[in-house]
Design a protein around this ligand. Structure first.
Ligand SMILES: C[S@@+](CC[C@H](N)C(=O)[O-])C[C@H]1O[C@@H](n2cnc3c(N)ncnc32)[C@H](O)[C@@H]1O
Length: 209
């Protein structure tokens, strides 16, 4: 049975019911991935609604308590139509800026959503040819856009709670509104996303190196 505290944390996370599930369904239809790494996940277990094996990482004590209710977490996952039959869930109560207890290049998909400079610290865990899903907040997408290890492959467009992955007109994305030089130092110092002329909800990059 799902513990009350687990259910409450999940319903707070799933404020717009099914929103993240729809995001990850769209992403899973666009890429091949089994093993996912999600640093700064808090209690967002929606990748497990579609992907077989997910490593969640967070420093927050509430997230640690949430994942400690393994039976409850698996029960929430099982309620979802596309959930794998036997989802593998690992929670690391850890700071992702420090070395994580997982092998290098072991993830097919690295997720960076509203959690800081995940790409900067966790790219080593992503296999070459693997995918990074990153949104525009906190500056991580800007950092990746100038990272020679990554190529932009697609964007995720959100409209009225629906998500679509598009590869059209990719050169129109990640172009800053203001004429400014995009540098690593500037992005790290501001810790904020860059305002782009044509924004997307998120971006899918391939690790090439
Ligand atoms: C704004 S929440 C976003 C949670 C989730 N990614 C989402 O989109 O709903 C940011 C989370 O990242 C975690 N976080 C930030 N920096 C971290 C770090 N260095 N290591 C581990 N977790 C971190 C915080 O504890 C927090 O739970």
């Amino acid at each position: 049975m799902v513990r009350k505290a687990t259910a409450t944390l999940w319903s707070d996370q799933d404020r717009h019911p099914g929103d993240r599930e729809r995001l990850f369904i769209a992403v899973s239809n666009a890429i091949e991935a089994d093993r996912v790494l999600y640093p700064g996940s808090f209690v967002d277990i929606s990748p497990s609604f579609v992907f077989d094996s997910v490593v969640y990482v967070d420093t927050d004590k509430r997230a640690a308590k949430f994942f400690a209710d393994e039976e409850g977490v698996l029960e929430i996952i099982a309620e979802h139509e596309h959930a794998p039959a036997e989802p593998e869930i690992t929670f690391l109560h850890a700071d992702y800026t420090e070395p994580l207890d997982m092998p290098a290049r072991s993830a097919d998909l690295l997720v960076s959503l509203f959690a800081g400079f995940v790409s900067d610290h966790c790219t080593d865990y992503l296999r070459i040819g693997g995918t990074l899903l990153v949104n525009g907040s906190h500056g991580d997408a800007g950092l990746v856009s100038i990272d020679p290890r990554y190529d932009l492959e697609a964007v995720v467009i959100a409209r009225a709670g629906e998500y679509r992955v598009s590869t059209a007109n990719l050169d129109t994305y990640l172009v800053p509104k203001k004429t400014q030089e995009v540098t690593r130092e500037r992005i790290l110092a501001s810790g904020r996303g860059i305002a782009y002329r044509v924004p997307a909800f998120a971006y899918l990059f391939t690790r090439t190196d």
